[in-house]
Write a protein that binds this ligand. Structure first.
Ligand code: CO
Length: 134
């Protein structure tokens, strides 16, 4: 059901300066930057072999990422697992007894379908289940 690591997301206060640091330090390159309205974030995508880094900056005070930054500061925000079917993966996780943030899959960046599992159920780590565009 889970095919691998889809991406790792980092929350930052300032996307442009964060991207400059990562590009200079590791020779990485941003492929594009996109605003994800649904989550009120601006995201820089950095390809990394079969996976990628996503650097996120909130675009609104009421973004969950803004709240995360206020509470915990910059850092690792979530780990995204590549699911064949996000709705099915959420259902299975729920049946296994973990708490879900999203009971049903919703739209993510690039036409993906995504759902989040509550970090209280998974050792403080926020997991996202991602199904790529068909
Ligand atoms: Co994500």
């Amino acid at each position: 059901m889970i095919k691998g690591l889809h991406h790792v997301a980092i929350a930052v206060n300032d996307l442009d300066s964060a991207v400059k640091v990562l590009e200079a330090a590791f020779g990485l390159k941003v492929s594009h930057i996109e605003e994800v309205q649904e989550q009120k974030v601006k995201v820089a995508f950095i390809p990394l072999g079969d996976t990628r880094l996503e650097i996120m900056e909130p675009t609104s005070e009421d973004s969950t990422v803004a709240k995360f930054l206020a509470n915990r500061g910059e850092g690792l925000h979530h780990i995204a697992l590549h699911a064949g079917d996000a709705a099915e993966a959420l259902r299975e996780a729920g049946e296994a007894g973990v708490r879900l943030i999203d009971k049903v899959a919703r739209d993510g960046a690039h036409g993906t379908r995504v759902g989040f599992v509550h970090p209280k159920s998974t050792f403080g780590c926020l997991f996202e289940l991602v199904e790529d565009k068909k």
